[in-house]
Design a protein around this ligand. Structure first.
Ligand SMILES: Nc1ncnc2c1ncn2[C@@H]1O[C@H](COP(=O)(O)OP(=O)(O)OP(=O)(O)O)[C@@H](O)[C@H]1O
Ligand SMILES: [Mg+2]
Length: 876
């Protein structure tokens, strides 16, 4: 635009913010130059050369209801209708009008006296510029209401201006544009976008654009709190209403329309239907946003029954039952972690419309470096090996002050010096809290007695040691209000980078590959509350600023942890799943999962806390790859248990994988076609898969014993093959189901050559054969890994055709197969590729298996031992 310099930009931004039509603004600024008052005069005095468009609906009125003319808000109207005082017009508060269903019926104006003074007060705060200029004039408010006023085709310009003003960002991301355009046309919208991609803006912008209220349903108080305080820093007033004993003043103010955005937990919204209907009629509700919407679904990883009842939003806020609405109030549902099944469930459960717009972005986070490492995480003796490097990073930097252990050897199991406390603003995690350790210094004078009393007894002795999910009451306050302060003018106080929004381009990947891992905090996720304390204590013993976080700790303490984490005062937070969802801290450099997560959804959601600044970040999963993970206790119905097993099994398979890019596995799990060959960052991409092995002999013998002891079901599945090979005894034997352990015993009995092999190795082979469709689970129950293997028709065909031919059966050995051989060679698990080498050679393989055999315990002894005891051989 010629003649529009940088100060003109400011004037334009202000005029857009005031609600003037873009083309009118441009014309005025071109004519008058960068003078705000001049431009306003120019527009309002009707000097426009080319009045744009027609005002779609609204007619302004004086306070006594007389029609003044068409609003100038979005469509500059005929100059003749304009007059000086129409600055008031464009600030006209247009709520509480009676809206007909038909667009032909113009919205009726509202008189100033109908606007609650409280709302006017609120808007003084949220629109400081506007009010300071018209202090002694009646306070009207600008309203852009989709459905009532034509927001205009240039809405993007308006939004970008608001974006710049309030958030300091230059433009919307594509998916945000898509979500907003759906909302502008009153469509429901399901937004599936990567963690950290900026989903919140999709529902925050409508509040700025219309001055109506946006109601956001969110599962966690800590998340609501975070978002409200951020909004207030960006000049947007917001409040949150939790499920605890509410502060009725905030709730009342919210229901009178005093905040632009109301965050509310699902339990609370259920009892606020009537007040919200009144709010919809008075100030207006622009949108209901359901954040972290995967919580709606029983098939998701974080199902919350109250989310399911949110169908009442559609039932109670539609144009049929609220006569003042022209359209159903749109629903916007958002999540980063929904499988295809969960998506369908969301649409159905929330009664979202058939025309719901699905906004889908790539879930690939190209800056996250995924890896899996073997560790017996439940043993404290593993901490030395696993956290040595982490301690070194923080202590070496000297940021933590005194370096208590100058050299932490990666393999050190020494935990004797764990007496120090982790102090968070006076709250101390005392050594006493860990009742497992007897070696703590109880006289440590850092112990703060009050907190200690609170935290040491009831919290650790709570028999329910896992956090199923964080309750909505995770904050120590049930609600809070945040008035919008003026957004900072100097945006360079914020990081200047533009976030890398998915989908990520190959150049992005190239850039990240060249980046070092910068400094920044770490979150360690553990399955149990006890481990949050023991690991935090362990780390702080070495001088790392670490804190525990789990739902059983006092709320005031948890809030403090949140605060100090956000202020970069903490280096490591050791948390259960209670910490995480939605947390938006830019510089988290490492997410460590210490123990199996319960699902890939939870894993990816938590991993998504890392690298939100777009820079390289590590996501490491330490898990005991030699044992099958178990479900954490939770109340589940039959279906849910089945689903929980399925999810855990998928997670287990992710850990066992040695040949496929981890990022690819993750995004494909959510139904996305991974458009890149590989991420180039994960351990599999970097180290390469292990060498393939021809395991035909092993596969055949496995199939043989399985088929032998599964005769009836084989026949049932495929009556066509000849069962003459099975004796009556064998058939009888097969009536009782044999589990994999028994099959492995049979193999050992049958073949001297496989005497030395262990269950762990065969487990891997069974999984591989299951993946190829040769084996299936023979039990009705659910298992993480096949427990009672049964041959499929394909498996039987493999047996029949494969055994006689020279055909090969090449597989990538999975993590457990590699692990089972490491003991004899004393190799570390991490060197997959090295271990893989040589296995393709039958001689080397035979030799290795033989080596393992010489180290086995006598057979008799093993037989009498429990399942657990067989694991003695897989030691590292
Ligand atoms: N258009 C944009 N340009 C630049 N940065 C943006 C833009 N939109 C959002 N952001 C920034 O992206 C960050 C992440 O946003 P947000 O918390 O909304 O992510 P999210 O998608 O909700 O992630 P999660 O799934 O983890 O909750 C925020 O700091 C936000 O300010
Ligand atoms: Mg979010």
């Amino acid at each position: 635009m010629s003649g529009v310099d940088s100060s003109s930009d400011e004037v334009i931004a202000k005029l857009i913010d005031m609600g003037f039509e873009n083309s009118a603004i441009m014309e005025a600024v071109e004519a008058i130059g960068p003078s705000l008052h001049g431009a306003i005069e120019y527009i309002l005095n009707g000097s426009l050369r080319n009045p744009i468009g027609k005002s779609s609906s609204s007619i302004c009125s004086t306070s006594d209801g007389k029609t003044l003319g068409k609003r100038t808000l979005l469509s500059a109207s005929s100059p003749g209708v304009m007059r000086q005082s129409s600055l008031l017009d464009h600030c006209q508060f247009t709520t509480r009008y009676k809206r007909g269903k038909s667009k032909a019926v113009a919205d009726l104006p509202v008189s100033l006296s109908m606007v609650p003074s409280s709302i006017v007060e609120e808007h003084k705060e949220s629109c400081p510029e506007m009010h300071c200029r018209h202090e002694n004039k009646p306070e009207f408010l600008p309203v852009w209401c989709p459905g009532e006023v034509d927001i205009g085709s240039d809405w993007e310009v308006k939004v970008n201006s608001l974006l710049k003003k309030h958030f300091g960002y230059s433009s919307l991301k594509n998916f945000q544009k898509e979500a907003l355009s759906a909302w502008l046309t009153h469509q429901d919208c399901l937004v599936l976008a990567a963690t950290g991609s900026g989903k919140s803006l999709c529902f925050q912008i409508p509040a700025l654009l219309t001055r109506k209220v946006v109601v956001v349903i969110s599962p966690l108080i800590s998340l609501m709190h975070d978002q409200c305080s951020k909004l207030s820093r960006h000049g947007i007033s917001a409040c949150f209403l939790g499920s605890g004993q509410p502060d009725s003043t905030i709730e009342q103010k919210a229901m009178r329309g005093m905040y632009s955005i109301i965050y509310v937990c699902p339990e609370t919204i259920l009892r606020l239907i009537k007040p919200l209907q009144r709010l919809a009629e008075s100030r207006g509700i622009a949108l209901f946003a359901v954040d972290e919407v995967h919580c709606v679904s029983k098939w998701g990883h974080d199902f919350r029954p109250d989310y399911r009842r949110l169908s009442l939003l559609r039932e109670n806020f539609n144009a049929n039952n609220l006569s003042f609405l022209n359209f159903d109030i749109p629903l916007m549902a958002l999540t980063a972690t929904a499988t295809i099944q969960v998506r369908e469930d969301i649409l159905k459960s929330l009664f979202m419309s058939k025309e719901t717009k699905i906004v889908l972005t790539s879930l690939f986070r190209s800056n996250l470096r995924f890896s899996v490492k073997h560790s017996k995480t439940s043993l404290q003796s593993s901490y030395g090996k696993d956290f040595g490097q982490l301690i070194d990073i923080y202590v070496r930097k000297g940021k933590t002050g005194e370096k208590k252990k100058p050299n932490i050897l990666p393999d050190s199991d020494d935990q004797s010096d764990t007496s120090a406390c982790s102090s968070i603003s006076g709250y101390t995690i005392s050594p006493k809290y860990d009742h497992e350790d007897g070696d703590m210094d109880a006289d440590d004078d850092e112990v703060h007695s009050t907190m200690e009393k609170e935290m040491s007894v009831e919290y650790l002795e709570n028999e329910n040691d896992v956090d199923i999910f964080q309750t909505a009451d995770d904050g120590d306050v049930a609600c809070g209000e945040f008035s919008g302060h003026s957004p900072p003018q100097a945006w360079d106080v914020f990081p200047s980078f533009e976030r890398t929004g998915p989908p990520n381009k190959p150049e992005e990947i190239k850039r990240i590959l060249q980046e070092p891992l910068e400094d920044g905090p770490t979150i360690i996720y553990v399955p149990t509350r006890k481990e949050t304390l023991s690991i935090a204590k362990y780390l702080s013993g070495f001088g790392v600023k670490a804190a525990a976080y789990n739902a059983s700790l006092p709320n005031s303490y948890l809030r403090q942890v949140h605060k100090e984490f956000h202020e970069d005062k903490l280096e490591v937070v050791v948390a259960t799943i209670a910490f995480g969802m939605g947390i938006d801290k830019l510089n988290v450099r490492r997410i460590i999962h210490y123990g199996w997560p319960q699902s890939l959804e939870a894993y990816y959601q938590e991993a998504g806390r890392a690298g939100r600044d777009g820079k390289l970040a590590d996501c490491v999963l330490y898990a005991n790859l030699s044992s099958i993970p178990t479900l954490l206790p939770s109340r589940r119905g039959e279906d849910q248990t089945k689903q929980a097993y399925k999810m855990l099994s998928d997670c287990y398979r992710y850990g066992m994988n040695t040949s496929c890019c981890r990022a690819k596995l993750l995004v494909e799990y959510f139904g996305e076609d991974f458009s890149y060959d590989k991420c180039q960052l994960c351990d599999v991409c970097v180290d390469g898969p292990p060498e393939m092995q021809n395991l035909k002999e092993e596969a055949i013998i496995l199939m043989q014993v399985i088929a032998t002891y599964n005769v009836p079901s084989c026949l049932a599945a495929n009556g066509s093959y000849d069962d003459g090979i099975y004796s009556d005894i064998e058939k009888q034997k097969s009536m009782e189901k044999l589990n994999l352990r028994m099959f492995v015993s049979k193999i050992r009995e049958q073949s001297q050559k496989f005497l030395a092999t262990d269950l762990l190795w065969w487990r891997g082979l069974v999984r591989t054969m299951e993946n190829r469709g040769y084996i299936r689970e023979g039990d009705e129950k659910n298992h993480v890994q096949v427990k009672f293997p049964e041959p499929t028709k394909r498996g039987i065909e493999f047996l029949e055709t494969g055994s006689g031919t020279e055909q090969c059966f090449y597989v990538y050995p999975e993590a457990d197969m590699l692990l089972s051989t490491t003991r004899s060679k004393c190799k570390s698990y991490s060197t997959f590729s090295e271990w893989g080498k040589g296995w393709a050679d039958p001689e080397i393989r035979r030799q290795r298996l033989q080596d393992m055999g010489t180290k086995r315990k006598p057979r008799k002894l093993r037989k009498s031992k429990s399942r657990k005891s067989t694991r003695w051989r897989i030691k590292h």
